[in-house]
Write a protein that binds this ligand. Structure first.
Ligand code: BDR
Ligand code: CA
Length: 318
C-alpha cells in the first residue's frame, strides 16, 4: 500500500522536484500540498505548486495556501528568483506554463488540523519550507502533536549554513515556529539538514538523463535543477563543481527509501535570540545538554540511490 503524505512547500525549484516525486512515485500517495511564505511570497508558492502539478498531470492533488509571513517576525528576507531571467516568466514563477487550476478555499492550517483529526490511516507530514504552518497548527490544536505520526523536515545545518554562517533558510525563515516544532514532542521526527543534502549533489549529466526521459516531469526536473546549478555555481559553490543539492526532494525520497539517509538520534533545538546565531539548529552531537533525543538527524546521503529514485519516478507518465 502506498504511503500517504502531506507536503508543506514554498515552491521553489527544489520543492518542485519534491512535489513531482511525491506525486509520481507509485509507493507514495500525496494527499495534498500546503504552501507557505518562503522562497517567494506565498501566492507565488501556491501558483508554482499548481503549475507543477498540472504540468505532470496530477491536477487532482489539492493545494492549500498557508501563512504569508513568519509567526513572530516582520523582517522576512527578500524573495529569491526562480526562473532563468529570460523574461518569459515572472521572476518568482517557475518556468512551466500557467494553469487554470485553483487553490482550495480552505486554508493550509485548517486543512492540516482537520485532516489529522479525521485520519484513520497514517499520513506523514513533510515540511520542506519555513515551519510557520506547522507551528500555527500546533498552537491552534493541542492534539495536533499526538495526531501526526511522523514528520520529515528539510531544514537546518550542523556544519553548513546557507543564509548566515549559522543558519539554514527554512529554519532562519521562521525561527520561532521552528523552535516550537522541535520542542513540541512529536513522536517521530527525521531532520534532513544541509549536511545530508549537500552529500546528494546532482550534476548537469544527471539533468541530461532527466531530459532524455522525454516525460513532462523529466523535462521539468532538468530545467529546475539546471537553473539551480547556475545559481549555486554563482552563489554557493559545492564540493563538486557544476552540481547542486536538491534539498527538498531528498526528504521525500527518504519516505520511499529510508536507506538513502544515514541518521543519528540526537536532541535538536532552535536558537531564536542570538544576533549571530538566530535560526541555528543546535544539534547536540555530544549530549552536552543532557536532553533526551527528539530527532533522527541525517548527516549523509546515498547520492547515487537518490538520482536513481528520481529517474525511476520521472520516467512514469501520470
Ligand atoms: C531550503 O531553503 C529553500 O530555499 C529550499 O527550497 C529548501 O527547502 C534549503 O535551505
Ligand atoms: Ca523549500
Amino acid at each position: 500500500m502506498a504511503r500517504k503524505l502531506i507536503l508543506d512547500v514554498d515552491t521553489g525549484t527544489d520543492d518542485a522536484v519534491a512535489v513531482m516525486l511525491a506525486a509520481l512515485h507509485p509507493a507514495l500517495e500525496l494527499v495534498g500540498c500546503t504552501t507557505v511564505n518562503g522562497n517567494v511570497p506565498v501566492q507565488f508558492c501556491t501558483d508554482n505548486t499548481l503549475r507543477v502539478l498540472d504540468h505532470i498531470g496530477r491536477g487532482d492533488i489539492p493545494v492549500f495556501e498557508g501563512l504569508s509571513r513568519p509567526l513572530a517576525r516582520s523582517d522576512f528576507p527578500v524573495a529569491r528568483r526562480l526562473s532563468d531571467h529570460s523574461g518569459k516568466y515572472h521572476p518568482d514563477t517557475l518556468p512551466v506554463p500557467p494553469t487554470a487550476l485553483k487553490k482550495q478555499a480552505t486554508g493550509a492550517v485548517e486543512f492540516l488540523i482537520e485532516t489529522y483529526r479525521a485520519a484513520t490511516e497514517e499520513i506523514a507530514l513533510v515540511p520542506v519550507a519555513p515551519l510557520s504552518n506547522i507551528a500555527a497548527a500546533l498552537a491552534l490544536d493541542p492534539k495536533f502533536v499526538e495526531r501526526v505520526p511522523e514528520l520529515v523536515i528539510m531544514g537546518g545545518g550542523h556544519e553548513i549554513g546557507n543564509v548566515t554562517p549559522s543558519a539554514e533558510f527554512n529554519i532562519w525563515g521562521d525561527p520561532e515556529a521552528a523552535a516550537m516544532v522541535f520542542a513540541a514532542g512529536f513522536r517521530k521526527i527525521t531532520l534532513v539538514p544541509l549536511d545530508a543534502t549537500h552529500r546528494a549533489l546532482i550534476s548537469r549529466a544527471h539533468c541530461a538523463q532527466f531530459a532524455a526521459l522525454g516525460t513532462p516531469a523529466g523535462g521539468a526536473a532538468a530545467a529546475f535543477i539546471g537553473h539551480r546549478i547556475v545559481v549555486h555555481d554563482e552563489h554557493q559553490k559545492q564540493a563538486v563543481p557544476h552540481t547542486t543539492p536538491v534539498h527538498d526532494a531528498l526528504a521525500v525520497g527518504f519516505l520511499v527509501q529510508p536507506s538513502l539517509l544515514t541518521t543519528r538520534r540526537l536532541h535538536v533545538a532552535v536558537e531564536t535570540q542570538g544576533p549571530l546565531t538566530v535560526g541555528r539548529t543546535v544539534i547536540d552531537t555530544h549530549g552536552r545538554g543532557r536532553q533526551a533525543p527528539n530527532c533522527d538527524v541525517a548527516f549523509d546521503a546515498d547520492a547515487e540511490g537518490f538520482v536513481e529514485l528520481l529517474l525511476r519516478a520521472f520516467a512514469a507518465k501520470a
